[in-house]
Design a protein around this ligand. Structure first.
Ligand code: F0G
Length: 470
């Protein structure tokens, strides 16, 4: 086993069970074939997200007991603040209850209609928080990052040439800030190199545009830098992390990922003027600046989690577990985004189910099949999430990729759990011609993937079995 055994042992267990197939079929019908509407108790292995799903350590649980629930100046805030300052080197820290509130504070303050914000790839909530203020979110990831088959050690890198041209064209008056998502979640959880982070800082400085990291998975990104970037292998993860943040003017953070906590986030920065503005806004929407919508005990759990996540034995196991799961599937020819990302494996549903047209929602169909066959929950990232109807022409506009993301919660599932999931996928792949498409029968105006309802297409569209069908 390249990545070694789990660097922890289990002290508390949470029972999970696989409902029988009739129950699973019924749950799908009741849920309108949308796995978001299935009660978690009826899921066997839940790979919907790696966000807020981590198992906390004994040290974090112990931290809950020293929670100070004072309205102002709780001791946990000072520990939290000092931890963030020490790890990131950013002096001004504002706690929030999750990442999107940090984004909301930032973009409400900076973005005016007509402005544009570049990134490698914006995450949905980042994009939505920019667009809601009339701004435009621009994705400038390198060409390899848009090709699911391209092998590149840092497929999350931003295209520095395009960024430079973008900033020249739009000017600092129209670009209030530039973001960089590490690792690049919307692009397959792919890392960004230290050279690229520094390159982006240099381009932004030249154009006078502030540069913020969307740092949700900063420790996983640092581990990839240590593994893959020339000249970084001998350096410690905290040193690499310090260099990553040193290049930036600030960051937004969801501590539900690399904070190893179930709730929490923050925004940190160097500019005191901006800090004062955001702090006033925080009081309006989250709470007093020393708790930011969190209980004191939650601040403590985040502070302790942020230190633990830098443990290299943890990161080696974490990233290694995701990689081993991906390699297991790759050996069986299962089509996926390559190479594996830090927190998830992304199945390529158009190639998995080539007999389905995009209007049959292949990624949703695969998500449904995974639950029906194995009680496994993943998330559709395809036509349901990103498909739209053009308001002018009334025609459907489809995204390029139809993916199913299987996100691995941190310190939650053992390798045996993931072997089980791999077997479910393998079996499904062998019988893929039997998977039918879906018809959408209800969709909300915005963020429709959470509540959309479907019906199976019946009879299933006649399928030419794939040439290599077994
Ligand atoms: N940025 C990135 C890159 C994210 O992946 C997320 C959340 C956020 C910001 C927002 O953070 O949820 O704490 O408000 N991603 C989760 C996911 C929801 O499943 O990928 P939040």
């Amino acid at each position: 086993m390249q990545h070694g055994a789990e660097p922890w042992r289990v002290k508390v267990v949470e029972p999970i069970s696989l409902p029988d197939k009739d129950t699973r079929r019924r749950r799908l019908e009741e849920a309108g074939y949308n796995v978001f509407a299935i009660p978690a108790a009826d899921i066997f292995i839940d790979l919907l997200t790696d966000s807020g799903t981590s198992a906390m350590s004994q040290n974090q649980w112990a931290g809950l007991m020293v929670g100070d629930e004072s309205y102002a100046g709780a001791r946990n805030f000072y520990n939290f603040q000092e931890t963030v300052q020490e790890i990131t080197g950013l002096p001004f820290v504002i706690p929030t209850h999750q990442g999107r509130v940090a984004e909301n504070l930032l973009f409400t303050t900076l973005v005016k209609p007509g402005m544009r914000v570049p990134s490698n790839s914006h995450f949905d909530t980042t994009r939505a928080n920019i667009e809601v203020h009339g701004g435009e979110a621009a994705d400038l990831v390198i060409a390899e990052g848009r090709d699911p088959d391209a092998d590149h050690p840092f497929k999350g890198n931003i295209d520095l040439g395009r960024l430079d041209a973008f900033l020249k064209e739009n000017g600092r008056d129209h670009v209030p800030i530039a973001m960089l998502t590490i690792t690049n979640n919307s692009g397959g959880g792919q890392p960004v190199s230290l050279a690229n982070i520094r390159g982006m800082a240099e381009v932004c400085r030249r154009h006078g545009v502030p540069f913020f990291l969307d740092a949700c998975r900063f420790a996983e990104n640092a581990w990839f830098i240590k593994q893959r970037e020339p000249g970084q292998g001998h350096r410690s993860v905290p040193e690499i992390v310090a260099d990553m943040f040193h290049a930036a003017d600030g960051c937004t953070m969801s501590a539900k990922k690399d904070g190893l906590a179930n709730i929490g986030g923050f925004i940190a920065m160097r500019d005191q003027g901006l800090f004062e503005k955001l702090k006033n806004m925080l009081i309006l929407i989250e709470g007093f600046p020393t708790y930011g919508g969190l209980a004191g005990r939650d601040l403590e759990a985040v502070a302790r989690g942020l230190r633990e996540v830098l443990d290299e034995r943890y990161l080696q196991f974490r990233v290694g577990q995701v990689q081993a799961f991906w390699e297991h599937l790759d050996r069986r020819g299962v089509p996926m985004i390559r190479p594996p990302g830090g927190h998830a494996v992304y199945l390529d549903a158009r190639r998995f189910l080539p007999h389905l047209a995009q209007e049959d929602y292949p990624a949703q169909a695969l998500t449904v099949a995974l639950y029906l066959d194995g009680g496994v929950r993943g998330v559709e990232i395809g036509g349901v999430m990103f498909g739209k109807t053009d308001p002018q022409t009334g025609t459907a506009v489809w995204p390029q990729l139809e993916l199913v993301r299987l996100a691995i919660p941190r310190r939650v599932y053992t390798n045996t759990h993931l072997e089980y999931v791999a077997e479910v996928i393998e079996r499904l792949y062998a019988n893929r011609a039997a998977v039918g498409g879906l018809r959408m029968v209800y969709a909300a105006e915005v963020l429709r993937h959470f509540t959309a309802r479907f019906e199976p297409l019946s009879p299933a569209r006649p399928a030419a079995p794939p040439a290599d069908q077994v």
